[in-house]
Ligand binder design. Structure first.
Ligand code: CU
Length: 246
């Protein structure tokens, strides 16, 4: 059997194994990432899955070729092997293929970035987030409701209605902070003097913990906040309670 046939069979074998593993589990594994929990975070999550699968293919083929070269070209005797200087076809091939892979990954990345960075013109809700040493203020301008808690035993709550798009305006009052929500696959700088905008469209009702991702001083570790994604009715009654408490 020729080397070429052996090699192409090996590559096909790896592809079949990977495809089989993916299909057997009926859905693509998470590869250690959070599912996103928002429409925006979900696109980031799918991009991560795509990157991971691409790397499995590239890694698989690389190790296969490496193994083949190690076994096929090991020392057979004392005779000096045929001396070869370059192979233009092969060199063009292994330059063009990686460039194509990077180009494809780049296109997918730009598409997802545009989705994640898109800000709705008509959001269902607006939330102004202010980071400060050492806490968070969540202000709902249309309802004139704010949640702020500073201290080590209580953290502020960001309440969001499920399925509705909320547009956020993020700033910092003092130093550089980071608005980080691991389970939304999302992180954004909170900078003094710069306003960042982003959207969340939560997909499921659940509770999450967010944190500051920039070392911002003595009580940086205490800059936690809760995120409660609730039904629109629960959200309305939460707003109501806070308006009455004012
Ligand atoms: Cu901070």
């Amino acid at each position: 059997m020729s080397r070429k046939i052996l090699l192409s069979r090996g590559i096909r074998g790896v592809a079949v194994l990977v495809a089989g593993a993916v299909l057997a589990s009926c859905k693509i594994p998470s590869f250690g990432a959070f599912h996103g929990n928002t429409v925006q975070g979900n696109s980031t999550y799918h991009l991560w899955q795509g990157f991971f699968i691409a790397s499995i293919f590239v890694g698989g083929i690389t190790f296969l070729l490496l193994g083949y070269a190690l076994i096929r070209f090991r020392r057979h005797g004392d005779a000096i092997p045929k001396q070869v200087h370059g192979n233009t076809k092969l060199e063009v091939f292994y330059t063009v293929i990686p460039v194509l892979i990077v180009a494809v990954l780049f296109v997918f990345t730009v598409r997802v970035e545009n989705k994640v960075d898109a800000v709705s013109r008509n959001p269902n809700l607006r939330v102004d987030v202010t980071a400060f040493q050492w806490g968070w203020k969540f202000y709902y301008p249309s309802y004139r409701v704010a949640t702020i808690t500073q201290g080590v035993d209580a953290y502020p709550t960001l309440e969001l209605p499920v399925g509705e798009t909320a547009t956020f305006q993020l700033v910092s009052n003092d130093v550089v902070h980071g608005f980080y929500l691991p389970q939304f696959d999302f992180s954004r700088y909170a900078l003094p003097g710069v306003t960042n905008y982003f959207d969340f469209t939560p997909q499921h009702t659940a509770s999450f913990v967010g944190r500051c991702s920039q070392l911002c001083g003595l009580y940086h570790a205490e800059m936690l906040f809760y995120v409660h994604v609730v039904t629109p009715a629960q959200f309305a009654s939460w707003i109501d309670t806070h308006q009455k408490a004012r």
